[in-house]
Design a protein around this ligand. Structure first.
Ligand SMILES: NC(=O)c1ccc[n+]([C@@H]2O[C@H](COP(=O)([O-])OP(=O)(O)OC[C@H]3O[C@@H](n4cnc5c(N)ncnc54)[C@H](OP(=O)(O)O)[C@@H]3O)[C@@H](O)[C@H]2O)c1
Length: 257
């Protein structure tokens, strides 16, 4: 439900410390990617944590500039120093939504990963994929926050049995200083980060905030002892700038096209 994301976390000490703290503080989901360049540090932190591998849910993502998801999964496993992934996602639908899926299925059939899924796929791309997939995509990881409230995309996922997972729940930090978020946080006696994370959880999504600071990693996890009331939820919903879209990103946001 709640994991640590490590995009833009420097490989080496910074990444190892963040993952080690998260595991020590109770996180059991870690989200990395081939494109992040820090799989080795994630793997080292997991191995040194003393937490059994089977208690951890480890996600990495196929970099779709590559050719063969199965071969790249083997390389990820070598860097991570583990013999399976829990979840392997196509990072974004570069070159179209279907070409990489056979390789994802091959990675699954070879036992390299327990689950396969997608990221940055809109509802139309998901439908295309479902026409050719033998193995069901488990998860679609999407840009999701009150400002990016992609309700129609989450519903399309749910209709197809795909779990939606919220990335950049804090807007990569940008939403933390928003006056409406600050007001709701102060009324709830919580931090803006906790309110944004809690909003995603109450929408039923898994959520993967990133931080490299121990006290923030701890506070971001401390969101299971309160609930946002209906008024706060609808005030947050109204911050949406996407018209509750079924698209994963606006055209101008698609960095690969
Ligand atoms: N699939 C994709 O295409 C995709 C794209 C983007 C992200 N993601 C995943 O989603 C994860 C999270 O998204 P994100 O990295 O964009 O950012 P985010 O989680 O929305 O926000 C992280 C930013 O907020 C700051 N922050 C975190 N907790 C805080 C707190 N309690 N108080 C004050 N500041 C706080 C962090 O600073 P410090 O680190 O300095 O604390 C960092 O600058 C990524 O790490 C990655 O795993 C996936």
């Amino acid at each position: 439900m709640l994991g640590l994301g490590v995009w833009q976390v420097r490989d080496g000490r910074e990444c190892e410390r963040a993952v080690a703290w998260a595991l020590e503080l109770g996180y059991r989901l870690i989200d990395t990617a081939q494109a992040y360049g820090n799989e080795s540090s994630v793997g080292r932190a997991i191995r040194n944590s003393g937490v059994p591998r089977e208690d951890i849910f480890l996600t990495t993502k196929f970099y779709p500039g590559g050719k063969d998801p199965r071969v790249e999964a083997e390389k990820s496993l070598a860097r991570l120093g583990t013999d399976y992934l829990d979840l392997y996602l196509i990072h974004w639908p570069q070159g179209g939504p279907t070409w990489a899926w056979a390789g994802m299925e091959a990675a699954s059939e070879a036992g390299l990963t327990k689950g396969v899924g997608i990221s940055n796929f809109g509802a139309a791309e998901l439908q295309e994929l479902l026409k050719v997939s033998q193995i069901q995509p488990a998860v679609n990881q999407i840009l999701f926050s009150p400002f990016d409230y992609r309700r129609a995309l989450v519903e399309a996922g749910a209709d197809a049995g795909v779990v939606s997972q919220a990335y950049s729940p804090l807007g990569t930090g940008r939403h933390l200083g928003d006056p409406a978020v600050e007001r709701i946080a102060s009324a709830a006696g919580r931090t803006p980060a906790q309110v944004l994370i809690r909003w995603a959880i109450q929408k039923g999504l898994s959520v993967i905030p990133k931080s490299t600071h121990r006290e923030r990693i701890e506070a971001n996890f401390d969101v299971f002892d309160f609930e946002l009331d209906e008024q706060s939820i609808s005030a947050l919903d109204s911050l949406d700038t996407t018209h509750q879209t079924a698209d994963a990103l606006a055209q101008r946001q698609k960095w690969w096209s």
